[in-house]
Design a protein around this ligand. Structure first.
Ligand code: HEC
Ligand code: HEC
Length: 328
């Protein structure tokens, strides 16, 4: 009788352990904690927590991850149900939030659920995480907002909450993008064309059109487009030259980011000078004009600098004028 129980416990134990092991995603240590003065320091680990219950929460996290990676076919133009086509282009959230927001300095989203609600200068009031996601749906994805009570919105939030679970505050080393110094000249689209042709066009195409994955029956992008009708619109964060240059400098090309600050700004200027969908709804942006970022390419502005200078720089004089005004 004693032996019988021992075997039973061993077998049941093995089955439970094996099941847990098979279903648990592997720990993915993405980046060791680094002290770099940029926010607080927390390790970048992809939560692999046996405590994540095998229930709807886990399902939601996994589906949220899928929405980040396969936005086009889940809530974009390739969704089977026409009623689910909220995103207007075929980018994925992960085209910009690299590795679904888990790459440090790649528009990282670890910690994001703890940063919201927060004040948004663009709308001049508190914004929820759902509201911020819809900012990207409208502008980066050139589409319509996801209803806040939709299953998909809840899944995106569940995913972001999950990857943020191991950090104590929203301030994480490696979140968002690292700052770069400003040029003391305007960024130059013509120089940028040369940088682009040499370092970027091999993947993103000579006309910024990206490349379709030939093995994907649904024709998703292998390399996402950078301009044209299937890209982000003029109201998007990526359409701000400082953000784009910071992104490029740290993240592009993906395996070997190596451009100088000047090259990154010029390449960004070239990309900005190309055509893309126009965001119609910008007149109400930044009601407090003093809080409008210097690199927003659409007027009105609180200062007398031209649209040209707000688009390509140099930004030093604009920043100095702001400082003076503040100190008066
Ligand atoms: C074309 C690039 C691009 C795409 C595609 C994109 N985003 Fe973003 N997203 C950005 C940029 C740039 C910012 C930061 C803007 C800033 O710093 O003001 C941002 C910010 C965010 C933030 C706030 C981050 C923070 O730290 O405050 C969230 C949340 C977010 N995006 C979610 C999404 C989701 C979900 C999708 C897909 C539905 C998506 N984004 C698609 C570029 C993109
Ligand atoms: C080896 C191929 C490759 C090269 C070369 C490359 N990229 Fe990318 N790029 C990618 C991939 C893949 C992504 C999607 C994010 C990811 O998975 O890393 C991307 C995303 C982007 C994005 C954000 C998504 C979008 O569609 O707007 C921008 C902007 C970008 N790249 C700019 C550049 C610039 C500028 C260069 C040249 C300095 C460059 N890339 C070189 C492969 C490449």
């Amino acid at each position: 009788m004693k032996y019988y129980w021992g075997w039973l416990v061993a077998i049941v134990g093995f089955v439970i352990l094996a099941g847990t092991w098979a279903q648990t995603p592997k720990t993915e240590v993405i980046h060791p904690a680094v002290g770099n003065g940029y926010g607080r320091v927390y390790p970048w680990v992809y939560p692999d927590d046996p405590l994540l219950p095998f229930d709807t929460e886990r399902e939601m996290v996994i589906r949220g991850h899928e929405l980040m990676d396969d936005t086009d076919r889940t809530i974009g133009p390739k969704a089977e149900d026409p009623g689910m086509r909220f995103a207007g282009n075929n980018l994925s959230c992960s085209s910009c939030h690299i590795n679904a927001g888990r790459k440090p300095y790649g528009l990282g989203l670890v910690g994001v659920s703890k940063r919201y609600p927060q004040f948004s200068a663009r709308i001049d009031r508190q914004q929820t995480l759902q509201g911020r996601i819809n900012g990207c749906m409208r502008r980066s994805m050139n589409g319509k907002p996801l209803p806040e009570n939709s299953r998909q919105m809840k899944e995106l939030v569940a995913y972001m909450t999950w990857i943020s679970r191991d950090v104590k505050t929203g301030d994480v080393a490696g979140d968002r993008l690292p700052k770069i110094p400003m040029l003391d000249r305007a960024a130059n689209p013509e120089f940028g064309r040369m940088v682009y042709n040499q370092h970027c066009s091999g993947c993103h195409g000579l006309n910024g059109e990206g490349q379709i994955n030939q093995e994907d029956p649904k024709g998703g992008y292998y390399y996402p487009p950078l301009w044209g009708s299937d890209s982000y619109n003029t109201g998007a964060g990526m359409h701000r030259i400082i953000i784009l240059a910071e992104f490029i400098r740290k993240n592009m090309p993906p395996d070997n980011p190596h451009l100088s600050v000047e090259q990154a700004f010029d390449a960004a200027a070239f990309i900005e000078s190309q055509h893309r969908p126009i965001e119609p709804d910008v007149v109400d942006d930044y009601p407090d004009r003093a809080l409008k970022p210097v690199d927003i390419s659409y007027p009105p502005y609180a200062d007398k600098f031209s649209v040209q200078q707000h688009t390509y720089g140099p930004f030093g004089p604009i920043l100095q004028a702001r400082e003076k005004k503040k100190n008066r």
